[in-house]
Design a protein around this ligand. Sequence first.
Ligand SMILES: [Zn+2]
Length: 324
Amino acid sequence: MPDPCVAGIDIGGTKIALAVADLEGRIIEQKRFPARTSERGPHAIIEEALSEIERMLGSAGSRLDAVGIGCGGPLDRARGLILSPPNLPGWDEFPVVQIVEERLGVPALLDNDANAAALGEHRHGAGRGYRHLVYITQSTGIGGGVIVRGELVHGVCDGAGEVGHMTVLPDGPVCGCGGRGCLEALCSGTGIARRARERLAAGASSALSSLSSEEVTARAVAEAARAGDTLASEVWDEMIHYLAVGVGNLFNALAPEAIVIGGGVSEAGEQLFAPLRERVRERARMLPPEKINILQASLGGDSALHGAVILAQAARARRAEPTS
Ligand SMILES: [Zn+2]
């Protein structure tokens, strides 16, 4: 293992992913373990993560230089606090940066996990080589990160990039944020499953009718749609319609060189991307069609972990230039 190293931590609602990397950001060793956030407090979970990083370093005798942390928002990046994220009950005003810095004696940097994933895809994944990029994670929820001239845009209160809460259907279904008709309410994995369950409850017949309510997931909808099921195809098609509204708005507003989509729903591949590209080209008419560049993320579930390592590199660079 190279010496010194940096480490990345990706904190999710159900799992923690860790990586130790060289100073160029190449991951040398990585690990993930279940977080069981509902059973254990944040202190115990972070302590387990830090002990594991020490074990990875110790077996190679390497020194640690910095840590980057990606976590679901909301966050206070400047103060290094995790602020009551909906997927991490009990993590209220949790001073993760201070705890990591004091425990390991190295600088740490925090950003939200969608921004981290945007950094990861930009540096190492599908977004390599682009200076202007939007990343969207289409998973249980929908998050995003905006990169302009190679840098993340954070905006006021670090609120930029929340593409999941763009309105795509005025007065549409209620979203977790309290608004209505957000992209997340209509196109997240949770939203897709809910739309399918509503239609089944209304009595529509479908291959999905034989499943229990919990088994009607976005993945089950995608599979049934591929097999030609009418209800599932309608739900999938409706999701792509609203996703095209949101993605088209982003092309019109920002004209990025590419929009990269990752997260569990995007694993449907061309079943999602082929119709999406076609419909966004119909909508985003201020750009030539060949500039509507929509790509599938290429780092799988590791986009945010790669991003956490990039945050560690930034923490290291910041320490080297304390006045900047
Ligand atoms: Zn919302």
